[in-house]
Write a protein that binds this ligand. Structure first.
Ligand code: SF4
Length: 405
């Protein structure tokens, strides 16, 4: 694969910042290469060749799953391809209403379509979204082996009591028994935590460097990196090596001031549609802060399974990792506000999925809060499909950017 990446023009007539030329980026090329190996079909082939592969387990719990010689597959692969067909299956076969969350429909449709393939285990955290629980209950009828991590919640540091941590540790041992027939090998989990922490530190450093050179790595590439910070595209070491290359490239650049016509923004949530991110950048928006998957490290000063328990309970308390860990709808705005203050952003793009009861509540709370403190916010609703955004969405984004200019 070529290591020459074509960057888009900055869009400013006479802009000589140099982002409109082909540049040599071994780091981005290496990321491309790793991401390409993470296709659903490749993952199915690994399962067919005898590797243990499961749906889920790629988030806070991934060090344990890797330590059990298991490949965790991110749920987003369930809608990575043929999502419209999956959605049609959900609506026709399972009678899910058309207006419901496209993620749910794509998940249930894809699991049904793949019911005779090799990936038959699903790991699920009980604190997550309730409709996802329903999806997995239905998948059970299609022969899937669903393992649910029973849940505890701690929305404040005081609620993170020792018995909650101990309960989760027992639950994590249960996961290991489900995957390997034995309790967890704690030395291996500790090793996986160290590997993941090393990647998280790199992502964090890269995000800091990107704040100084926001055009070198586009918004959609940054999103790809955040996704990798959780699962490393199945190969944390290769992902870490690609990050090293990219960090080296960014460190070698001369810091340039942002052209005055650029508008710094914070983005909240995972805007899955690349064209929306492109439209923001084409309208001179520069995403300088992200509230997506966190860049928090795991503790290494406690036994490894306790470290995982602390991680998920702390994420709930921060509002980090969102509905996947059962974080409160009211917390994301705190992280967004922190990012706005830290970066000096002039506006917020708040993303959610159409038909998601959780996200629509969160967005409304964000709208009210940021209106009150005088930070402009645009709420963007998307779905999981790959089609370009509608003209109306692009027009709204451009109007928002004009208002901020
Ligand atoms: S987008 Fe909302 S409804 Fe859909 S899976 Fe996520 S939390 Fe559940």
């Amino acid at each position: 694969m070529s290591d020459v990446i074509e960057r888009r023009s900055s869009g400013i007539p006479g802009d000589t910042t140099g982002f409109h030329q082909a540049v040599h980026s071994p780091g981005l090329a290496a990321l491309d290469e790793i991401a390409a190996t993470y296709s659903l079909e490749n993952i199915h082939q690994l399962a067919e060749a005898g590797r243990q592969v499961i749906w889920g387990g790629r988030s806070w719990e991934s060090p344990l799953v890797f330590a059990c010689d298991t490949i965790p597959v991110a749920h987003d692969q369930l809608w990575a391809t043929d999502s419209r067909r999956s959605e049609a299956t959900a609506e026709d076969h399972f009678q899910v209403p058309g207006e419901f969350c496209s993620m749910i429909k794509a998940m249930i449709g894809r699991l049904h379509a793949d019911r005779d393939r090799h990936i038959k285990k699903v790991l699920h955290f009980g604190s997550g979204c309730e409709p996802v629980n329903a999806v997995f209950e239905l998948a059970r009828r299609d022969g899937y082996d669903i393992h649910t991590i029973e849940t505890v919640s701690a929305f404040t540091p005081e609620e993170k009591r020792p018995h909650a941590v101990a309960f989760l540790v027992r639950e994590l041992h249960r996961v290991a028994v489900w995957l390997t027939g034995r309790p967890a090998d704690e030395d291996r989990v500790a090793e996986e935590i160290r590997r993941k922490n090393s990647v998280i530190r790199k992502v964090k450093h890269l995000v800091e460097l990107r704040a100084v050179h926001p055009f070198y790595v586009s918004a959609s590439r940054t999103r790809q990196i955040f996704m990798g910070s959780m699962h490393g595209y199945g190969d944390l070491d290769a992902f870490g090596a690609a990050l090293d290359l990219l960090i080296g490239e960014l460190e070698a650049l001369e810091p340039l001031p942002l052209p005055p016509s650029y508008i710094p923004l914070v983005i909240a949530g995972g805007v899955g549609n690349q064209r929306i991110l492109d439209a923001i950048e084409e309208s001179h928006g520069v995403i300088v802060g992200w509230v997506m998957n966190g860049t928090y490290e795991y503790r290494e000063d406690v036994p490894p399974l306790e470290s995982l328990a602390h991680y998920v309970l702390d994420a709930q308390g921060r509002g980090d990792l969102g509905e996947a860990v059962g974080a409160s709808v009211s917390y994301r705005r705190t992280l967004v506000e922190e990012a706005v203050r830290r970066t000096g952003a002039r506006g917020i793009v708040s993303a959610s999925l159409i038909g998601c009861p959780y996200a629509s509540m969160m967005q409304q709370l964000e709208r009210d809060h940021f209106k009150q403190i005088g930070v402009p916010l645009i709420a963007i609703d998307t779905d999981v499909h790959r089609e370009p955004p509608t003209e109306e969405q692009i027009t709204r984004i451009k109007a928002f950017m004009e208002m901020l200019a």
